[in-house]
Design a protein around this ligand. Sequence first.
Ligand SMILES: [Cu+2]
Length: 528
Amino acid sequence: MKNTNVYNAEFRIGWMNASPDKYQRSILTINNQFPAPNIIVEQGDVINVTVINQSFEPTSIHWHGLLQQNQLHMDGVPGVTQCSILPNETFVYTLSTEAQSGTYWYHSHFAMQYGDGLKGILIIKDPHDPWKKFYQDEDIIQFSDWYHTPVYILLKPYLYPGELDPIPDTGLINGIGQFNCSLNQSCSYYRATIQIGTTKRFRIINTSVYARITLTIDQHQMRLIEVDGMYLDGNQYTRTLILNPGQRYSILVTADKNNSSQRYWIRATIHPFVDYNNNYNTSTQPNVAAILQYVQHTDENHSDIPSMDSFSNDQSIIDQSLINAQTFNDQSELIPMNNEKYRVPISDNIQTLFFHSQFQGQNPGGFYFNNETFTHPTNRTLLSVLLYDNSTELSWPTVTHIESNQIIDVIINNIDYAPHPFHIHGHHVWILAQGNTNDGYLNETILHNINYNTNNPVYRDTFIVNPFSYLVFRLQTNNPGLWMIHCHNDWHLQIGMALVLNESPQQIKDYYIKKNLINNVPYQCHTH
Ligand SMILES: [Cu+2]
């Protein structure tokens, strides 16, 4: 048995000036660090983070991908699981990591604060990692889209009708970008070293508010071994990796080239999406790069950049990826490792839930699920209403009651010309079917015409629903909670693209009373 370690940290949230891509702006971050701190723990450790809000806005931190079993009030969704943390207030997050390992991240769930920098990586290392013997070292590649005007300023006009999503100016890799500097010596790059002849695990996380990206490493194959915290079978190798906001992959890369250059571009490109957003224009610098540097010894210092030649050689691979991504299917070919935990549950008694997602209305318009749009409660949290009031039925738009020990197939019909990257809190789910762009919608009658993958579907927490198309995921209700399902294009969340599953409410209530946790949930929220 391993000792339980406690990761203790104070997160002071506030604004600072920085120029991560040589363009100075104010950034919302933690302890004046940019990028904000990475949290790296081992499975079973306890994470204790004291958030001290020194900003002028309320805040709250969500731990993306954590199941939060029996710790629902730690999920960090303002108005749902907690009151937002007001300026000058303090809130302590205590998180158990008993139940899972893998690559996760954390971010503000208040307004669009993570677009201004309030986010970081959360890695839970697995002491029994089945891939451990296949790599010698590991590193993190955090991609982030980046706006030069603070996102909280862009958000105000966006909330009026008729606005298209604002397009990021550029991207950052591990907090470093190259806006307006065309791959010459004056640019800064994140440099990942790899010892010649060894294999490195890269944990790749797209922490964007908007951007879908293609990631490549010049001349290198990427072996996929993890998706959203779940191990894969390792049989898939790829040259291009497409990540939607919120998605994570681990890849293995081997330093097996024996040529003179010994350094290679790691490149990320923001997808233009011109077909649904003509805000994309020439002022956008969609490319950002980092360097994979071969070394003989890990303590070597290097400053050379890769040659231009190797850049152009691999551009065609990215171009092809951008074309293929028009009808992008992010679950094809991903096969989970053979493990009881990942196996899809089968039953004769499967419930179905349909959600039709659509932009509706004007003055202002917004996104609706089944003709309801989500707004964040402010006076009281949904958890408070559930625990203190008599009824377990929460009368709030887009809240759906589901019971425990059910298997539920959730169908999302995307009645919209944009792809939407959906994220579910408190669960990983099996992606049984994912339509391509323009495949149309599912209803009760045609449901059985669709081929479900009930053999070895991918199991994850963030997935794309294509334009004018559908996705079906299977959910096992084994984690009582108030779990948000929302679009992780954060602009869309701000205009209502969220629903809440009220899973096993009586069990939540019983647990909080029995364990005397109810005092952690204020009856009412203060507002500022
Ligand atoms: Cu969306």
